[in-house]
Design a protein around this ligand. Structure first.
Ligand SMILES: [Zn+2]
Length: 56
């Protein structure tokens, strides 16, 4: 009986997103009207999107 154990997890939670300008997209936490808002911002062109995947 071969026990197939796949403990090698390569999928990390931190995924890298690159803006169309070539800059790196970083997650940012903003406070707006007393609410915490998570936005994605490009380090290079300062473009803001709601989700990092919107930079594609
Ligand atoms: Zn950019």
């Amino acid at each position: 009986m071969a026990q197939a154990s796949k403990n090698s997890r390569t999928g990390s939670a931190t995924q890298k997103f690159i803006c169309s300008c070539g800059g790196e997209v970083k997650m940012k936490t903003l406070f707006e009207n007393g609410k915490v808002k998570n936005v994605a911002e490009c380090e290079k062109c300062k473009r803001l999107e709601r989700r990092p995947s919107d930079f594609k």
